[in-house]
Design a protein around this ligand. Structure first.
Ligand code: GLN
Length: 451
């Protein structure tokens, strides 16, 4: 099979299925075909991801290829450089076929906040694919691409992976460069792979991880060989099961699938015990305060002057700012900017932002303590399976509570993967495995052994 044939197959599949799924915002047929034929005529050693068709979430910048963050504001934005992860995929010889739909600026958990069109879950097109990396998860689940990249701030890789029955990995904060990722909440954002299986996740992570001088929060750590960690052996693995992740709001069938998974681990020689992460109940509030605060600051750069669309015939500079932002941003993005601006304003800063930072530290300490005795923490990825389009869209609070299982790992900065662990009423359930900082190898090993 040549790379051109592989890329043609991917493009054909997209043409056949994307009318129903809506995973793509921009296709790059010409660029993909050209890259494929170059790889076909190349000689020498093959890259780690040689010839694999990939999709990129649309908040990761690609040189000359439209990057909208699913926002009207950036409907005309063609970046002049590639994100570090895009450069790395190219040097691993993967082929980018296009840019994937998402919630606007990665704010959301159902993909219904895209300014262009929603994404539908390939398992049941009346249901959401999750979000914000809904296009990334749906495109892999629908067999349109071999793998994709998503971004995760509070669960946006893991939750859609769970809803679409694929594998999604949020790496440790700092492991993968954020250079060229359009910032939502910089202290939380991480890019990671969405794949069909754990082995592929290990290979894609291998290709994109590593120190980058262009990202000031990039960690300078040794990158192990992730694939060699996939031994299939979990004998003696110490699994912590936090009781707070099994309480109210968790669907009984989801709980059941996770408990069955724990039994499987037990039969493979792992040991699990119930533990407590006592500050879990404050995680969602803490996350929405901090992430909205950071977003209000990060999104200040969209002023109608520097990027994207500019309001027509402004009366003066203030009018230019005001109208560009009113017309360019969708309702959820506006809600977060207002929330964040409020939390950061003088007089409220100590009560909200500072307090939330303090609680974040307590949440991080919960994790540190559990990891003194255990190798991984296992929980559901999301409280339920994929819900129906329109079901929660008018109820931001219910929507925010869907992130209850994924947000704590984001606040703590630790790695976490979601892998499929069976079905509930015919819909995929996700198992979340969280690990120690920079211990992706153990997370991947545990995930792989379960598959
Ligand atoms: N659903 C969460 C939110 O809306 C997570 C988003 C994300 O991880 N980018 O903020």
């Amino acid at each position: 099979l040549s790379v051109s044939e592989l890329v043609d197959a991917s493009l054909k599949r997209i043409a056949e299925t994307d009318g129903k799924i809506g995973a793509f915002l921009t296709l790059d047929e010409e660029g993909a075909r050209k890259a494929a034929s170059e790889l076909d005529s190349s000689s020498g050693e093959r890259g780690l991801l040689f010839g694999l068709p990939a999709g990129i979430k649309d908040n990761i910048v690609t040189e000359g290829l439209r990057t909208t963050c699913a926002s009207r504001f950036l409907s005309n934005y063609d970046p002049i450089y590639d994100a570090t992860v895009v450069e790395k995929l190219r040097s691993a010889q993967a082929v980018t076929v296009g840019k994937l739909n998402m919630d606007e600026f990665a704010m959301g958990g159902s993909n219904e906040n895209s300014s262009y069109h929603p994404v539908r879950n390939p398992w049941d097109t009346t249901r959401v694919p999750g979000g914000s990396s809904g296009g990334s998860a749906a495109s892999v689940a629908a067999g349109q691409v071999y793998f994709s990249l998503g971004s995760d701030t509070g669960g946006s890789i893991r939750q859609p992976a769970a809803y679409c029955g694929v594998v999604g990995l949020k790496p440790t904060y700092g492991l993968v460069s954020r250079f060229g990722l359009v910032a939502f909440a910089s202290s939380l954002d991480q890019i990671g792979p969405i794949t069909k299986n754990v082995e592929d996740a290990a290979f894609v992570l291998q290709a994109i991880a590593g120190h980058d001088g262009r990202d000031s929060t990039s960690a300078n750590v040794d990158i192990p060989d992730y694939a060699s960690a996939l031994t299939g052996d979990v004998k003696g693995l110490r699994i912590a099961v936090p009781k707070e992740y099994f309480g109210e709001g968790i669907d009984p069938q989801v709980k059941e699938r996770v408990l069955e998974a724990l039994k499987t681990y037990e039969s493979m020689g792992a040991v699990w015990e119930e533990v407590s992460l006592p500050h879990t109940e404050y995680a969602v509030a803490t996350y929405y305060l901090l992430s909205s605060s950071e977003a209000s600051s990060n999104l200040a750069r969209f002023d109608g002057v520097r990027y994207g669309v500019r309001a027509e015939d402004p009366a003066n500079l203030l009018d230019l700012y005001r109208r560009s932002r009113s017309e360019g941003f969708g309702p959820e993005v506006k809600r977060r900017i207002m929330l964040g601006t409020y939390a950061l304003s003088s007089g409220y800063y100590d009560a909200y932002y500072k307090k939330a930072q303090q609680v974040r530290t307590l949440i991080k300490r919960d994790f540190d303590q559990v990891f003194e005795k255990y190798d991984v923490i296992v929980s559901p990825t999301a409280p339920t399976t994929a819900f129906r389009l329109g079901e929660q869209v008018d109820d931001p609070l219910t929507m925010y509570l869907n992130d209850i299982c994924t947000i704590p790992a984001s606040l703590a900065g630790v790695p976490a993967i979601s892998i499929p662990c069976g079905l509930a009423d015919g819909l995929p359930v996700g198992l979340q495995i969280m690990g120690k900082p920079f211990d992706e190898a153990t997370v991947l090993r545990a995930a792989h052994a379960f598959e």
